[in-house]
Design a protein around this ligand. Structure first.
Ligand code: F6R
Length: 251
């Protein structure tokens, strides 16, 4: 596992954007796994800026979103489909037909999860999976307690995740309690994984994931099972990592 620590969120985001860009350059028809949330915003902003400057071509690439809320349509401003459209897809040249996001309004969530897994497999799996990390060390919406071999499925969100994400819902609107997420097993089958975690509120999740025991109680600890994972942190997120003796600081 490679760990890169940068001084600022901006520098950390630039590293991840560079890894994504290199992936589409090396394999234009690659499959990218993509997260939502606050963490990737700087990365997506850079990819958009690079694209406007002539760098990056996504018209043969496929995007597979990590997760989606259940019970809201993709037109809802709180949906991850909306987020992806606004923060990335509409600014670059992804083909609509190559954008894959679980359907949060599917009547049968289990059938939708199975369909999504089949779609990933039909593309030959994910080449590069970009992940954020939850404050409780979740990856995707695989909450603590998720076995490391889980597949894409319907999950219940924990109270802490709902609280962390409440800011994205308008006051008085109904916040979903469930989601469809790629499983940890699905994520681990990606050929390469890059994780971005920034901010002091991620420091204990980072330490538990990278320096603690491998356990279902810490979904991020599953990352150590993967042979080609790059973790990119800013100094705040790396704060509690001093316990890792071999931490390579590339600042
Ligand atoms: C988002 C996702 C989540 C987030 C995590 C961190 O698609 O799957 O695992 O990556 O909750 O969220 P932020 O970046 O908002 O702190």
């Amino acid at each position: 596992m490679e760990i890169i620590v940068k001084d600022t969120v901006d520098e950390a985001s630039a590293i991840v954007a560079e890894i994504l860009l290199r992936q589409v350059e090396e394999k234009p028809d690659c499959a990218l796994g993509l997260p939502t949330g606050a963490t990737p915003l700087g990365v997506y902003a850079r990819l958009i800026e690079d694209f406007r400057n002539g760098c990056g071509c996504y018209n043969r690439a496929h995007a597979f979103n990590l997760d989606e809320y259940l019970g809201i349509p993709g037109t809802d401003t709180a949906s991850y489909a909306f987020y992806m459209r606004e923060n990335l897809f509409r600014h670059i040249d992804f083909m609509q037909r190559n954008i894959h996001i679980p359907d949060g309004s599917a009547a049968d969530a289990s059938a939708e999860a199975t369909r999504y897994e089949t779609q990933i497999a039909a593309r030959g799996g994910i080449d590069l999976m970009f992940l954020g990390l939850g404050r409780n060390a979740h990856i995707g919406f695989n909450e603590p307690g998720s076995p490391h071999d889980t597949r894409t499925r319907r999950v219940a969100l924990t109270a802490s995740t709902m609280e962390a994400n409440a800011r994205y819902f308008a006051p008085g609107s109904r916040q979903p309690t469930h989601a469809i997420t790629m499983g940890i097993g699905t994520i681990l089958e990606s050929r390469r994984i890059v994780v971005l975690a920034t901010g002091i509120e991620k420091a204990s999740a980072v330490a538990a994931s990278l320096a603690g025991p491998m356990t279902d109680a810490v979904p991020g600890s599953a990352l150590a099972r993967h042979a080609h994972t790059t973790i990119v942190l800013d100094r705040d997120a790396a704060h509690e990592l001093d316990r890792i003796l071999a931490l390579e600081i590339d600042a």
